[in-house]
Design a protein around this ligand. Structure first.
Ligand code: HEM
Length: 275
């Protein structure tokens, strides 16, 4: 939750205390799902390579203590499940709103004859990649995060003094739309800005991340661990959906975004037509 300092005012902001309580309950529920009450061995249907089972064995053999297990479960469940889902919803929204881009994407992928998605070389579909990155740029699921604590007094740019103990964070929404980095059309949905070949797109992606102009997965040593997996999930889902359906925004739906926290079109309604 943004601005952890507000927890100190929980008595005058009851929703804050309620949210903390819900987080605690959710975490306990998740732990109870993954850790059975007795120290049983692997059962039928459990897979030693499955993430939950691997975390459980690490906890059983003492590699992780209970708090570490719980923290890992929380971050993997929330980060690994909610963010790709938000990105999917936002991408369907943007493509529903910009039907010409949806159509162009479909043109690029509709005639590929494949029997198995595993055989597909995603590098041969640059427009699909560019579309996903453009969705991620404009509507990063973690649009703002304030979850760092300054350990030592710091000074940014020689003039911004940050005392020890200050909560700090970053705003991906604003950074990803900075006109200095992305030009005067930074707010426009334009997948082609990423390039037209896989090489160009990869180069642009690497440089935008290295220059902190595109921070949807954050960066540095605490960057998202699921970045490649999330992109693959998106490629597969959009590829399958755009070949099977055409969709648009429900004209009855009022176009609106969530006001804060996880970013997505609030309560979006889409109308799908089978092709
Ligand atoms: C579109 C999808 C995703 C987005 C936009 C996203 C974004 C992010 C961001 C911005 C962070 C840094 C949070 C911070 O600054 O504290 C992060 C961390 C993390 N993400 Fe993702 N993520 C996505 C999908 C995934 C998936 C699918 C997984 C795992 C299956 C995953 C696992 C993680 C983990 C474990 C961390 C914590 C890394 C650390 O603190 O060292 N993410 N993610």
């Amino acid at each position: 939750m943004n601005f952890p300092v507000l927890d100190r005012l929980a008595s005058v902001i009851p929703s804050r205390a309620k949210a903390r309580r819900l987080i605690r309950q959710f975490s306990e529920l998740l732990q109870a799902e993954v850790i059975p009450s007795s120290g049983k061995k692997l059962q039928n249907g459990e897979n030693a390579n499955c993430l939950g089972d691997r975390l459980r064995s690490a906890w059983r053999d003492g590699t992780l203590n209970t708090k570490q297990l719980r923290d890992n479960l929380n971050v993997l469940y929330v980060a690994g499940q909610e963010n790709p889902q938000l990105l999917m919803v936002s991408s369907l929204y943007l493509l529903g709103k910009h039907s010409e881009i949806q159509e162009y994407l479909r043109e690029k992928i509709k005639d590929l004859s494949i029997s198995n998605l595993d055989d597909l070389d995603w590098r041969s579909l640059p427009y699909l990649t560019a579309t996903i990155l453009e969705c991620l740029r404009l509507l990063p699921p973690i649009s703002q995060l304030v979850n760092r604590h300054v350990a030592e007094p710091a000074c940014l740019g020689g003039r911004m003094h940050i005392p020890r103990g200050t909560y700090i964070g970053y705003n991906s929404y604003a950074t990803n739309r900075d006109p200095v980095a992305w030009g005067p059309d930074a707010n426009d949905f334009r997948p082609e800005r990423w390039g037209s070949t896989d090489e160009q797109i990869s180069r642009k992606y690497r440089s935008a991340k290295a220059r902190a102009e595109f921070i949807s997965f954050h960066g540095g040593s605490r960057a998202c661990l699921g970045e490649k997996f999330a992109l693959l999930q998106m490629r597969i889902s959009l590829f399958v959906l755009a070949r099977a359906f055409r969709w648009e925004l429900d004209p009855e739906w009022k176009d609106q975004m969530t006001p804060a926290g996880p970013l997505h079109p609030r309560g979006v309604r889409l109308v799908f037509k089978k092709l």
